[in-house]
Design a protein around this ligand. Structure first.
Ligand code: GDP
Ligand code: MN
Length: 403
């Protein structure tokens, strides 16, 4: 064989070996990735010892037993002799979220409000466009109100130091906290924590159902949820209980403890303190959040009594937090703030799990087994298996109630 043919063959052989090694390595690598992803998913679905952080709930899933309407006094469609509650469907929303809110209104009207006709109140820090008003009003026969938020309820308060916001924002970024530097998000969390119930448009309204764009509702609700709350002495209703990112609320619990030390009289004797302070299930969360489990009612859904939030206990608590600055120096969310306020200052028997309301705010569901529901998988908390560990509803049952 001539020399240059031999050299060519040799080169071709070397190239073949190099390519094969590369392909084999690639296959092995994606294989391990797949296996580890699968392991991660299985891990998150496996019921394990609650002493180990990250284990998923060990008890049977109550959403898998046929879920009916709650016990107690109920007002059904057609019970015309019973007065309606003083209530509104309430949504803080941007003009740019018109499609998302229309879609959610469609669900709410189909499952509930076409039967009960409660008014909608929309809030925005900018004026709503004519198109927004026209297209949302077209979704319901109930009246819609469109309210501007006063600047003094929305803008960053004057005692917040912008240099500190810049530095602490960087720390939040390093901690991978979503919306770390998005100031509008911080303002939104503050408004939902302590401002919504002070808006003049709600002055004479008691009950609200908070509704976010792009959330989904899957089950027919045939009783008046507001009357249910009022007639059965409930103050706050939720659907989902989850852990928060502890790095977003490092000083929320210590600041809360300062307030409580000054105002021990506000703490309800039948409080949910144990739920708030659990350190067994995710000790890492409790450690980073300095004593708070981070378990909270996910406040993108809530049905509540604004008189609770207007009470001295809660409102003074909010004012204290507001002056401490954590809505801007950290990323305190309205969900943990509401939850801590409720857990400390309210009789825990007044908190209700609306397990019969099928709900999705990405990526979490509340989905009951019921003939009244369609479109979600009964009992499923999330489509992403590894997120099951974020569910802490078992924690709430353990310490608060197990209805
Ligand atoms: P997430 O659920 O925590 O990711 O936050 P969202 O982006 O869903 O915001 C929560 C709610 O506040 C939604 O109803 C939004 O439409 C609303 N929202 C958030 N930021 C603003 C804002 O700057 N202006 C207005 N008008 N609404 C806002
Ligand atoms: Mn949202």
């Amino acid at each position: 064989m001539p020399l240059n043919r031999r050299v060519n063959r040799l080169l071709a052989l070397i190239a073949l070996v190099v390519v094969s090694v590369f392909i084999v390595r690639k296959i092995n690598h994606s294989g391990t990735q797949q296996v580890s992803q699968q392991q991660q998913q299985e891990e998150s679905l496996r019921p394990t010892d609650p002493k180990h952080p990250g284990s998923s709930p060990p008890s049977p899933n109550p959403l898998l037993q046929e879920v009916g309407e709650p016990d107690g006094i109920l007002t059904h469609v057609g019970d015309t002799d019973r007065p309606r509650a003083n209530a509104t469907l309430l949504s803080l929303v941007r003009n740019s979220e018109l499609r998302g809110i229309v879609r959610t209104m469609q669900d709410i009207e189909r499952t509930f409000n076409s039967k009960f006709n409660y008014p909608w109140t929309f809030f925005n820090d900018e004026p709503f466009t004519e198109e927004f008003k026209r297209r949302t009003q077209a979704m319901t026969k109930a009246p819609c109100r469109y309210e501007l938020i006063p600047k003094e309820h929305w803008e960053t308060p004057p005692w917040i130091n912008k240099d500190i916001v810049a530095v602490s924002g960087q720390i939040l970024v390093e901690d991978d906290i979503m919306y770390a530097k998005q100031q509008s998000y911080h303002k939104m969390c503050r408004w939902n924590s302590g401002m919504f119930y002070k808006h003049p448009a709600l002055k004479d309204v008691r009950w609200y159902w908070r509704i976010e764009p792009n959330t989904r509702y899957y089950c027919s609700i045939d009783y008046d949820v507001f009357r249910y709350m009022e007639d059965n002495d409930k103050t706050y209703g939720y659907v989902i209980n989850i852990y928060d990112a502890p790095q977003s609320i490092r000083t929320l619990w210590p600041t809360t403890m300062e307030f409580v030390a000054q105002h021990p009289e506000y703490v309800n004797p039948n409080n949910a303190l144990q739920w708030l302070t659990d350190s067994e299930i995710r000790p890492d969360h409790n450690a980073i959040a300095n004593g708070y489990s981070t378990c909270h009612f996910w406040s993108n859904f809530e049905i509540g009594d604004m008189n609770f939030f207007r009470s001295d206990a809660y409102d003074k608590y909010f004012e204290y937090l507001d002056h401490a600055g954590g809505f801007f120096y950290e990323r305190w969310g309205d969900a943990p703030v509401h939850s801590i306020g409720l857990g400390l200052f309210l009789d825990k028997s007044k908190i209700h799990w609306f397990k019969d309301i099928g709900y999705l705010h990405m990526p979490y569901y509340n989905c009951p087994a019921s003939k009244k529901c369609s479109g979600c998988h009964a009992g499923r908390f999330t489509d992403a298996g590894y997120l099951n560990r974020e569910n802490c509803i078992d924690n709430f049952f353990k310490y608060v109630h197990s209805d």
